[in-house]
Design a protein around this ligand. Structure first.
Ligand code: SF4
Length: 319
């Protein structure tokens, strides 16, 4: 998997050039709603990762090359196949990218490592941080995020709160229900999440639900329920914008040369399953054309089809 993916149409960031700064699917959590599949590997920190991480120079060089290729990028975003803050030189990479572009830099993180001073400083050097907080209490945190040993939701929330004093924070809350794992949308669970948000004081709260197919038996919550929670949060948190993340954002990117399209589709799908429409928006080519490439890739066994809530998604094949 390469370091750079996209640009992909992000529902929150517009056209986002993604940076995947970790060597493989590694994360400090094992969320029940994760889309990255069973191949991901849970660690407590970078010390437990044996493979070398992409260096700041490698990351910066690939970003520079990508910026020459694509016309319109709204954000350069550290995210990718796992937890990006596991890269121990994240701050240095941000600094190097800043030396050649004015495009704002965003960080999408599960927040777990923000308690480490080096990770906190790296996050603070970004233009925007999108941390996740799916639980306000330990029981829900352990059930939904299934963290590696040693992570405590109170400490993580404190660190997000400190970060919100120095950099804009859009806090994402993923809301879901599951017969197997329970939910984080009970009256009590939402009350605890609201308490944490009140302490963090983010610049915005993004309420989300799992619209793409996770591997585990997890269900999105209904639009009515999302709206009910939004109204409850607005009443409890006056002055904090509470936004329900829209299902899709339309945008365009530069037309890729034909021989690059299959490779680009595989890179995008390696990060997350997409519909034909998602790929059409990302690649800037028409749906019929995208369909042609998807059919070829599916035939060769490189990608597979998955139906989730009546919508057809494509994902990289598991084997
Ligand atoms: S934090 Fe993100 S990458 Fe990690 S397990 Fe959860 S959803 Fe997957």
């Amino acid at each position: 998997m390469g370091i750079i993916y996209g640009p992909v149409p992000s529902r929150r960031l517009g056209m986002s050039l993604g940076i995947d700064p970790i060597p493989r699917l590694i994360c400090t959590f094992d969320c029940v709603y994760c889309q990255l599949g069973k191949k991901r590997f849970k660690v407590r920190g970078p010390e437990e990762v044996k493979e070398p991480f992409p260096t700041p120079d490698e990351i910066a060089d690939e970003v520079k090359t990508a910026l020459q290729k694509y016309e319109h990028i709204d954000y350069i975003t550290f995210s990718g196949s796992g937890e990006p803050t596991l890269n121990p030189k994240l701050g240095e990479a941000v600094e190097k990218i800043r030396s050649f572009t004015q495009i704002p830099i965003a960080l999408i993180t599960n927040s777990s490592l923000l308690t480490r001073p080096d990770v906190f400083d790296a996050a603070a050097s970004c233009d925007l941080v999108l941390p996740t907080l799916d639980a306000g209490d330990r029981d829900t945190f352990v059930r939904i995020n299934r963290p590696a040993l040693g992570f405590e939701i109170d400490e993580i929330a404190d660190a997000i709160g400190k970060l919100a004093r120095v950099v804009p924070i859009w806090l994402e809350v993923m809301l879901l229900e599951s017969e197997k794992y329970g939910s984080n949308v009970t009256q009590e669970a939402i009350a605890r999440i609201i308490e944490k948000i009140g302490m963090i004081r983010p610049h915005e709260v993004n309420l989300n639900t799992c619209v793409r197919p996770p591997e585990e038996p997890v269900n999105p919550i209904s639009e009515e329920k999302l709206d009910e929670i939004r109204v409850r949060m607005e009443a409890a948190l006056p002055g904090t914008p509470i936004v329900v993340v829209p299902k899709r954002t339309k945008s365009q990117s530069k037309l890729l040369r034909e021989e690059e399209i299959s490779a680009e589709i595989l890179r995008i799908l390696a990060v997350r399953p997409c519909t034909t429409t998602d790929l059409t928006d990302s690649l800037g080519i028409n749906p019929a054309e995208v369909g042609k490439y998807l059919a070829r890739l599916a035939e060769s066994g490189k990608i597979e089809r998955r139906v989730h809530k009546g919508r057809l998604y494509y994902a990289v094949s598991k084997d």
